[in-house]
Design a protein around this ligand. Structure first.
Ligand code: F6R
Length: 575
C-alpha cells in the first residue's frame, strides 16, 4: 500500500487468513495497493521472500520467473544495490527504479526494464511519488484489467475482481500500461497505445461459496451430476440427438491423428480421451505430458489435430506446448473451463467445459466435465467419419445422460458412510496402490494422484497387468491395494491380478458394482459399491467419483488442508 508517500507492507507466511488478521491489526486509509500469493520458485516460502519486493522508490508484485535474474542481480549489485531476499523478483523494482530515476517517466522506465528482463511475468508496480498509479505488464503469465466505477483493478483472473466489476480487459503478452482509479492506458511491446475491447462477463461471484459444505472440494464433487446435465444441455439437442459443438475452422473428417497435451488431472482426462476416441471414432490418438512436449521431435503432419486440455487455461507448461505446436502450423483445439483464458485466446477452436468455477485445488468436477466434453467430441468425430450411425450416437449420448443420474448413488447416506469407513481403515497407510485395466487404469492413475496431493500418502496408480513386472515386490500386509474393477470384459483379468496381491498378503479394497462385489466377497478386505455401468463413457465418468470421495475423507481424517493442500497452486503459471 502507499500511505503518505511511504510504502506500507504487510506480509505473512501460510494461509491468506493470516494475512487478513495482520491487515486488521494494521488498518490503512490507502486506496492503492498491490498483493500476491507467492508460489515459491526461487527461495523458500518465508516472510522475507514473500511479495511485494521494493527498492526505495518502486514496489512490485510478480507472477512468473525472471530467467536472467542472476545476471541482472550481479549488474545491480555492482551499482551498489543490496538484496534482501532470495527471489528472482527482487531485481525488478531496482531495475525499474534505475530507469525511472534516469527518465522520470513511468512508461519509459517500465518499457526499458521489460527489454532487459527475460522470462515470464505478470507485474504490478507502484511508485513512491505517485499515489494515483499502478503500472502493469504481462508476458507469459495471466493478467487482466478490471474496469470499475472510479476504481480499476489489475489481477491474474476475472474471479479475483468479480465481486467488484464484471467488465474486464484481457491483456496479451508484451502488453503493459498504467492504471489510475478512473483511467487506463495500455501499450504494445513497441510502446504504441492500444484501444482494447472491454468484455462484459457473466456475474460469477454469487456462485463462489461453499453452499453449506465443509469444503469447496466436497461441494464440487457433489456438483458433478449437475455438471453433466449442463454439459448435455449446452451441447446436445436431446430430442433429436444432434450435437452442437462449436464450429471448427478445419474439416474434422480430414483429421487422421489427434495429439492431446495436458498436465496432471487434465492429462488423465486426455488419456481417457485416447480410449474414447480410438474406440468410438476409430482415430489414432497420442497423449503427451505438456512439460515434456517441446523437448522431443514431433513429425507434425497436416492431418493432425492438437488438443490441449486445461481447467484454468493458464497452465504455463500447456501454454508453452500450445504455442510451440501453433508455431509449427498445427491446428489447435483447446478444451478449457475458463473461456477467456490465455489458452482459449491462442486456439483455433475452443470447447468450453461447463464445470463452473473450481475452487478446491484438487480437480474433481473439471475432470468429469472434461471427460463429458471429450466423449461428445469422440461421438461427433465418429459420426462425421461414418464410424458411428445415428442410433449408436444416441446410445452413446445416453451413457452421459444416465451417468449423471447414476452419480447420485455415491451421495446416498449409506454410501458416504461406507466410504468414510474405508477412509478410516486407510488413514494410517504409508503407501497405497490403485490398479485398474482398460479405461479404469486411467481412473487408477487419477485416483492415486488425488490421494497423494490431498493426504500426502505415497500412492501410485498402475495398470493391473503391470504389477507382476516389478511393482508386486512392494506388496506386503501393510500395502492396501485399491482394485477398480467394474464387471466388464476385463473383470476376470483383474480378478486374477487381485488374487496375486492377496496371495502376497496385500489388503484389497474393491471398487465394483453389485455383480462384481458378489464375486469378490471373500477376497476383499473392504468394498465400495458403484452403479452398474453401461459402456466405456460411464466407466470413465463414474468409478472416479468414489475415489474422489475416498481421497477427500482420508485427507480430512488425516487433518490435511483439503481445499489447499501443501505446496500446490490451483493454477500453475510457472514452467
Ligand atoms: C490435480 C490437479 C492438477 C491439474 C494440473 C493442470 O488435482 O488439479 O494436476 O490438473 O495442474 O491444471 P489445468 O487443468 O488448469 O491445466
Amino acid at each position: 500500500m502507499l500511505e503518505n508517500h511511504r510504502f506500507k507492507t504487510v506480509k505473512e507466511e501460510g494461509k491468506i487468513a493470516n494475512l487478513e488478521l495482520a491487515l486488521k491489526e494494521n488498518p490503512t486509509k490507502s486506496t492503492i495497493g498491490i498483493g500476491h500469493t507467492r508460489w515459491a520458485t526461487h527461495g523458500r516460502p518465508s516472510k522475507q521472500n514473500a511479495h511485494p519486493h521494493a527498492s526505495s522508490t518502486v514496489c512490485v508484485v510478480h507472477n512468473g520467473i525472471i530467467e536472467n535474474y542472476q545476471e541482472l542481480k550481479t549488474k545491480l549489485q555492482k551499482k551498489g544495490v543490496k538484496f534482501l531476499s532470495q527471489t528472482d523478483t527482487e531485481v525488478v523494482p531496482h531495475l525499474i527504479e534505475y530507469h525511472y530515476q534516469k527518465t522520470g517517466d513511468i512508461k519509459k522506465s517500465l518499457s526499458s526494464a521489460l527489454e532487459e528482463i527475460h522470462g515470464t511475468l505478470a507485474l504490478a508496480v507502484i511508485f513512491k511519488d505517485r499515489e494515483d498509479v499502478i503500472a502493469f505488464a504481462k508476458k507469459g503469465s495471466p493478467l487482466i484489467l478490471g474496469v470499475g466505477e472510479n476504481e480499476n483493478y489489475i489481477a491474474s483472473d476475472y474471479y479475483a475482481v468479480s465481486a467488484h466489476t464484471n467488465k474486464i480487459i484481457i491483456l496479451e503478452d508484451g502488453e503493459f500500461g498504467i492504471v489510475t482509479a478512473d483511467s487506463y492506458e495500455i501499450f504494445d511491446s513497441a510502446g504504441k497505445k492500444l484501444k482494447k475491447k472491454v468484455k462484459i462477463m457473466e456475474a460469477e461471484n454469487s456462485k463462489i461459496s461453499k453452499d453449506g459444505f465443509d469444503h469447496f472440494m466436497l461441494k464440487e464433487i457433489f456438483e458433478q451430476p449437475r455438471v453433466l446435465e449442463e454439459t448435455i444441455q449446452a451441447y446436445v439437442n436431446i430430442d433429436n440427438g444432434s450435437t452442437h459443438l462449436p464450429n471448427f475452422p478445419f474439416d474434422l473428417k480430414k483429421i487422421n491423428k489427434i495429439t492431446i497435451v495436458a498436465c496432471g488431472t487434465s492429462y488423465y482426462a486426455g488419456m481417457c480421451a485416447k480410449y474414447l476416441i480410438e474406440e468410438i471414432a476409430d482415430t489414432e490418438v497420442e497423449v503427451d505430458i505438456a512439460s515434456e512436449f517441446r523437448y522431443r521431435a514431433h513429425p507434425f503432419r497436416s492431418d493432425n489435430l492438437m488438443v490441449f486440455i486445461s481447467q484454468s487455461g493458464e497452465t504455463a507448461d500447456t501454454i508453452a506446448a500450445l504455442k510451440y505446436a501453433k508455431s509449427r502450423g498445427q491446428k489447435i483445439l483447446s478444451i478449457v473451463n475458463a473461456p477467456h483464458s490465455s489458452m482459449a485466446q491462442l486456439s483455433d477452436a475452443v470447447i468450453r467445459t461447463i464445470a463452473g468455477p473450481e475452487i478446491g485445488v484438487a480437480s474433481t468436477k473439471a475432470y468429469t466435465a472434461q471427460i463429458a466434453v471429450l466423449s461428445l467430441f469422440a461421438i461427433e468425430l465418429g459420426f462425421l467419419k461414418g464410424k458411428v450411425d445415428k442410433a449408436e450416437k444416441l446410445k452413446l449420448i445416453a451413457q452421459i445422460v444416465e451417468a449423471g443420474a447414476k452419480m447420485n448413488h455415491f451421495f446416498e447416506e449409506e454410501n458416504i458412510k461406507n466410504i468414510k469407513k474405508v477412509a478410516r481403515y486407510l488413514v494410517k497407510a504409508q503407501h497405497m496402490l490403485y490398479i485398474g485395466r482398460g479405461i479404469s487404469q486411467v481412473t487408477a492413475f487419477e485416483a492415486a494422484l488425488k490421494l497423494r496431493e490431498l493426504s500426502y500418502i505415497d500412492a501410485q496408480g498402475i495398470a493391473a497387468g503391470e504389477l507382476k513386472h516389478g511393482t508386486i515386490a512392494l506388496i506386503d500386509k501393510k500395502m492396501p491395494v485399491i482394485v477398480i474393477a467394474p464387471s466388464n470384459n476385463l473383470f476376470d483379468k483383474i480378478l486374477s491380478n487381485a488374487q496375486e496381491v492377496k496371495a502376497r498378503g496385500g489388503k484389497i479394497i474393491f471398487i465394483s458394482d453389485k455383480k462384481g462385489i458378489a464375486h469378490f466377497d471373500k477376497m476383499a478386505d473392504k468394498k465400495i459399491e458403484i452403479p452398474q455401468l453401461s459402456g466405456i463413457i460411464q466407466e470413465a465418468l463414474l468409478p472416479v467419483v468414489s475415489t474422489q470421495l475416498l481421497a477427500y475423507y482420508v485427507a480430512l481424517f488425516k487433518g490435511s488442508d483439503v481445499d489447499q493442500p501443501r505446496n500446490l497452486a490451483k493454477s500453475v503459471t510457472v514452467e
